[in-house]
Design a protein. Structure first.
Length: 167
């Protein structure tokens, strides 16, 4: 896929604005993890709730940081020892995401159109990876929202009210 500088700038700008709107919902889903239930997992093959919340927050940062750097490198995927609760994840998210969002917004159209390699699996313009980051985040947020009721939590409204947010 080839994008002109103007096309890449438009797509990245729209996607980053969309991502910023989604952040409040992502925060609400992470915040809904009941205290003491962070280790819940619906299956032995699934991440537990706190690791999934960390994956959402850290992968969003990693995708944007990689786009800004113009290359993807394997990052540390393990949750740091000091991230133990939903509040810890949200504090990290709130502290680390705004800066990379602003940096991504300020990239030139040329940088947003630059073809980046994703570990030899795909090559696409930087703007396409911003879109992939948004879809990845929403996908895993949906996974985490499906954990909430079995954990004894309440599902916040995501794209409208949920059964829990109406009661």
């Amino acid at each position: 896929m080839h994008l002109s500088h103007d096309e890449a700038k438009l797509i990245a700008g729209y996607t980053l604005a969309d991502y910023e709107r989604e952040m409040a919902t992502t925060r609400a889903v992470i915040a809904a993890i009941p205290a003491g239930k962070e280790s819940y997992s619906p299956d032995s093959r699934s991440m537990n709730a706190i690791d999934l919340a960390w994956h959402i927050a850290s992968a969003d940062w990693w995708f944007l940081s990689s786009v800004i750097a113009g290359e993807f490198k394997a990052g540390e995927s393990n949750r740091p020892e000091n991230i133990k609760t939903a509040d810890d994840v949200i504090a990290w998210y709130d502290s680390n995401l705004p800066g990379v969002i602003e940096q991504a917004k300020s990239m030139t159209g040329e940088a947003k159109a630059k073809t980046l390699d994703f570990f030899g699996m795909m090559q696409a313009p930087a703007a396409a990876y911003i879109s992939l980051m948004l879809r990845h985040s929403v996908h895993h947020r949906g996974q985490l929202s499906a954990y909430l009721r079995p954990m004894g939590g309440k599902v916040p409204g995501i794209y409208g009210p949920s059964g829990d947010s109406q009661s």
